[in-house]
Write a protein that binds this ligand. Sequence first.
Ligand code: FE2
Ligand code: FE2
Length: 474
Amino acid sequence: MINYTEKIPNNVDLGRDRVLQRALEHWQPAYMGWWYDMGPNESHNYEVYLRTATSVEPDGWAQFGYVKMPDYRWGIFLQPRDEKREVNFGIHKGQAAWQEVPGEYRSTLRRVIVTQGDTEPASVEQQRMLGASCPSMYDLRNIFQVNVEEGRHLWAMVYLLHRYFGRDGREEAESLLARRSGDADNPRILGAFNEATPDWLAFYMFTFFTDRDGKFQLCALAESGFDPLARTCRFMLTEEAHHMFVGETGISRIIQRTCEVMKENKVEDPQDVRALGVIDLPTIQRYLNFHYSVTLDLYGSDVSSNAANYYTSGLKGRFRETKLDDDHVLADAEYPVSEVVGGKIITKNVPALTALNERLRDDYIEEIADGVGRWQRVIDNAGIPLRLTLPHKGFHREIGNFAGHFISPDGEVLSEEAWKNHEFEWLPNSKDYAYVQSLMSGRVVEPGKFANWIAPPTRGINNQPLNFEYVRFN
Ligand SMILES: [Fe+2]
Ligand SMILES: [Fe+2]
């Protein structure tokens, strides 16, 4: 169970390590300062029907109740230790899992933890203005739940930095509160976390596509030979599932509403669809293309010696590493990667160790494709002949083998000019953003009411009815 009587709730027996406890208690007011500045705008007095972790056991870990978000019990929760756990891959395979940081991997591990940690506050910053245009109280509660949990994920990484990395770790923890998403001078580390999330369509896309990158990174880190990192990430994954649920169902409800309106009014042309106050399907496709492609970049270069080192050292595994049936060393294995040669996309095998970013990206794409398939069924069920498609992996990429090439969504290698001629058929254009923004002119907060452009969900949170008062504004 988690000890909530302490200033910092935790299940790591924090009270036994006074120095660490004091360091974290020193960081806590800085975190609260960040939350007041960069957390959800104007939300500090709202009482929100949130879940809070009460136990890290798979059953019954969450408790629901009204909480003012600044009073949310952010804390440090790790999956319980398995005394028999080993390093399961790389050159240290078979050793007991490390409970302390191996000296030779110290700076690498710190970089991995900081990079993951930096994404957590970034997304809160990206989403902070969206409360003002929420499509319902249910959705407002959901975005706040995502925000407080991203805050907790920051706590999770900061605990590791403070506990295992001494002064360097404490400095990194401060920098995590100093960078700002989209800031010209001190931006967040990764590209997608500096993009704006200007509207709720972008928010749902972000939680579907980009939070799922988070899931895959956490899954790979949950395999780490550094046991505290693995156990931290395991518990973060239980929270991440809800974020992706919010994204997938959010887009699904938008599609459902659009299809209903198209059928009722017998319209197909996007302009006619927009005239009825819902989001036309081609705009949804363009948002999808954007969020998918910027998220693919987060996995890094297709061929990467860093990725090979992380794996060989036992720091970062593959997706479901221990379920894979091979030697977990990958000395002789190969893996296919694509590149552009002479105006054509070719695929060639490279040493699997160097292709681990690409492999994780492919695992991600498989799961994304399933989700997009579920959105497609909503369109098919309405009898509307439109196909949502995932663009080619090389489309609109800035990192890896496709960077600097101009690939169409169909996977054709184009000249820059040809690509530019179609850019805004494929990616959201200023009119798309302006139209979607026009739908976000105010918030819908009467219990049980939903904005015209989105269907209600099939059920409420924690079995509450749809007209439940999920947020009290005071
Ligand atoms: Fe997160
Ligand atoms: Fe998340």
